[in-house]
Design a protein around this ligand. Structure first.
Ligand code: ATP
Ligand code: LTN
Length: 328
């Protein structure tokens, strides 16, 4: 049986946090043994909102190094930068001509981001999900591991692929999303009703993968809690449930086990332990990251090899698409 193809990506904006790790990268690392993986640094998506050019360039390399430091293995997976492969914007344009304004206008990420930007919305932000569909469809992807917030975009990708296939012939494979039940949405430590996000204005809401130990301890100490003092995963305890989710993912212990462990104990002890779990979990990742950043040539070489492998597949798809649409 042919191996499953897996594709996912993260924007090189802000600093990677525990939500990105638990909701995305942790799954990617595990999936490397399940199929042929493509992990992209989606810089063209980053510029759908304004970015400082010098910082963006640095962030692209930072993210690539973090992929490696978190355990993405370039011997097993293809790691590359989206803007290096021009097949992505080329297919996005063709899919733009298949997508409807109505369906893009219904995307919740677009609606909430455009509200935040108060009218200063680029056409790129509106088209964002179409470029994401191009990323996925170029590689005839079977599975797309993402956090819960991206399911709607994968659904749109399926719809565009079906529409395209119906009009022009069977070119694209129809992909499926893959999420984790617990941890699909890691919430802000300050506002547990909002997801932990790179673009959060409150730095205490997120724990970044490169945060230093004292910073991590401080952020967990000031994390909001719920009324009462029991440590339980329950709907009326969103803050504690979120901390339990993080604890469980990073320690490998189940939520039930943790609830038992902290029965009759207070928030203070729970938070102190959690802080140490996070610090110890991130320590080796941070060490590997520093080492990779020092070996500039190694990173360049990983990205160049990744690009070649990616292009070998995306070229094939583009040739079929051009033929089918009657271009060129
Ligand atoms: P931004 O705030 O700029 O939108 P982000 O923090 O949401 O950024 P993305 O680059 O959009 O990060 O997300 C990368 C991956 O991490 C996606 O698969 C996304 O679903 C996942 N992800 C992001 N935030 C969380 C979260 N809080 N919980 C679980 N998964 C998340
Ligand atoms: N939109 C995604 C990032 C992204 C992506 C992709 C994820 C861009 N292209 C292709 C999976 C597959 C996000 O905001 N996290």
């Amino acid at each position: 049986m042919a191996q499953k193809r897996i594709f996912s990506g993260i924007k090189p904006t802000g600093r990677l946090h525990l939500g990105n790790y638990i909701g995305a990268i942790k799954q990617w690392v595990a999936m490397q043994n399940e199929g042929e993986c493509f992990f992209c640094i989606v810089d063209l998506h980053a510029i759908t909102v304004p970015q400082e050019p010098k910082i963006l360039k640095e962030k692209i390399r930072e993210l690539a190094a973090l992929y490696l430091a978190c355990g993405i293995d370039p011997e097993k997976s293809v790691i590359f930068v989206q803007s290096h492969n021009l097949d992505h914007p080329a297919l996005a344009w063709i899919l733009d001509c298949v997508a409807s304004m109505g369906q893009l206008g219904r995307m919740t990420q677009y609606k909430s981001k455009s509200e935040e930007l108060k009218g200063k919305v680029s056409v790129g932000l509106f088209n964002y999900p179409v470029l994401m569909a191009a990323d996925i469809l170029l590689y005839q992807t079977d599975l797309v591991p993402v956090g819960e917030d991206q399911i709607q975009h994968v659904e749109l990708t399926r719809d565009l692929a079906e529409r395209f296939n119906h009009r022009f012939g069977q070119i694209f494979k129809i992909p499926e999303h893959r999420i984790f039940k617990i941890g699909a949405r890691v919430m802000s430590l300050q506002h547990p009703e909002k997801k932990m996000s790179k673009s959060d204005d409150d730095p205490n809401g997120t724990i970044d993968l490169l945060d230093q130990p004292d910073e991590i301890r401080r952020k967990i100490k000031v994390a909001v809690t719920d009324s009462g003092r029991e440590i339980l995963f329950r709907e009326d305890k969103p803050a504690i449930s979120n901390l339990l989710t993080i604890y469980s993912h990073l320690s490998g212990k189940s939520v039930e086990e943790l609830e038992k462990k902290y029965q009759g104990k207070g928030y203070r002890e729970f938070k102190d332990d959690l802080a140490e779990v996070v610090v110890e979990f991130l320590r080796p990742i941070q060490q590997r990251y520093t080492q990779i950043r020092q070996e500039k040539k190694y990173l360049d070489q990983v990205l160049a090899t990744g690009l070649k492998k990616a292009q070998a597949i995306s070229r094939r798809t583009m040739n079929q698409v051009y033929q089918a649409v009657g271009l060129g």
